[in-house]
Design a protein around this ligand. Structure first.
Ligand code: DP6
Length: 354
């Protein structure tokens, strides 16, 4: 019988790490940012969230399972995404009388991160991007990645960039309804395939101050942040996009490190101050500085999100100088080693001289 039928779709979304950071919302309900941002997708092939969405008339409530654990699907953010997707499905069902009424069925969403938790990566970006795409595929929505990015943004701001692989931007937009606050592709991964990343795991613990809470604290109290959003980021967006398009690693590296430091300076300028970086993070900064000095040019670039773990970008040809140095001085593997990079765990003791 048709009512017993189970409809299903599976998809994945990649992890992205910003090189021009999103920090601050002008609308907390719609996740509208105070500045545009840019990111690099760590790996399309092996660092991603895999999500299966299914629905059937037999299900009695919406459920969400992440890495085998039940999640609160009633959160405002998840509900905002599901509401938008269901409404698009309803429009489709209204147009096609024979289309099964999936919008009226409950959903079962099962998500798995295929990168080890020990890699210390925040997963909300890939998680919401995969959730939105899986449900959109299940509903057979004719929605573009841009349209889906608008929906995923409401789950978690940074998630909108994970709808695109490679080099992605998120334009802050101007409209109050957020219809123009969407992600876009700057270049596909194939444009600059030599890009690699090493993650230095200083801690795989959950962060003390969540991004959501931290950024609004910064918006409310930091004058430095106003300067960042109005004067610093707009210029950097153009320069960084150009660097990505021209595969100019030196400019990419300089801007990446400057923007990470500017963002963390804003965190420090917040009342009360927010400390995401720790002693191990600072050792990673000094090590990058030493590697670049030794090379006589910038061959690696560190960046830190709302936590102490470093993501260090480098090019394939410089692998032995960059990864070799980090591994010999700092770490051991944590379990992620793929075509586009790897994660290592920082030892408790930082080596002498850094
Ligand atoms: C430092 O996207 O996690 O990683 O929109 O509240 O879910 P919400 O915040 P989130 O913030 C990410 C902040 C960042 C920078 C970035 O990814 O651009």
């Amino acid at each position: 019988m048709a009512e017993e039928e189970v409809y299903r779709a599976s998809t994945y979304a990649p992890v992205n790490i910003a090189v021009i950071k999103y920090w601050g919302k002008r609308d907390t309900k719609l996740n509208l940012p105070t500045n545009s941002s840019l990111s690099v997708t760590l790996s399309q092939d092996d660092l991603r969230t895999h999500t299966t969405a299914s629905c059937s008339a037999q299900l009695s409530k919406d459920t969400l399972l992440l890495n085998g654990e039940g999640q609160d699907i009633s959160s405002t953010r998840t509900q905002a995404c599901l509401r938008e997707l269901r409404s698009l499905r309803q429009q489709l069902e209204a147009k096609h009388a024979t289309a099964p009424k999936l919008s009226q069925m409950k959903l079962k969403i099962v998500s798995e991160n295929n990168f080890p938790t020990a890699a210390g990566l925040a997963s909300s970006a890939a998680g919401f991007a995969a959730l939105v795409r899986a449900v959109a595929d299940l509903y057979q929505l004719p929605a573009s990645p841009t349209e889906l990015s608008r929906i995923a943004r409401q789950g978690s701001g940074s998630a909108c960039r994970s709808l695109f692989g490679g080099y992605a931007g998120w334009q802050m937009g101007e409209k109050d309804d957020g219809s123009d606050s969407v992600a876009y592709e700057v270049a596909p991964a194939s444009h600059w395939p030599a890009m690699r990343a090493i993650i230095l795991v200083a801690s795989a613990e959950k962060k003390d101050v969540s991004s959501t809470a931290g950024m609004q604290q910064t918006v409310a109290t930091s004058a430095l942040f106003q300067h960042r959003a109005n004067n610093v980021v707009p210029k950097r967006m153009n320069m960084m996009e150009k660097a990505m398009k021209e595969r100019d690693f030196e400019t990419f590296a300089t801007l990446t490190m400057k923007d990470s430091n500017n963002f963390h300076a804003c965190c420090l300028d917040t009342e009360p101050p927010i400390f995401y970086m720790n002693e191990t993070s600072r050792a990673a900064v000094r090590m990058c500085e030493a590697i670049n000095k030794e090379a006589g040019r910038s061959i690696c670039a560190y960046t830190f999100d709302a936590g102490p773990n470093a993501v260090v970008y480098y090019l394939k040809d410089d692998e032995s100088s960059v990864v070799g140095t980090f591994k010999s001085m700092l770490g051991e593997k944590t379990g992620w080693e793929g075509p586009r990079g790897q994660a290592i765990k920082a030892l408790q003791k930082t080596p002498e001289g850094v």
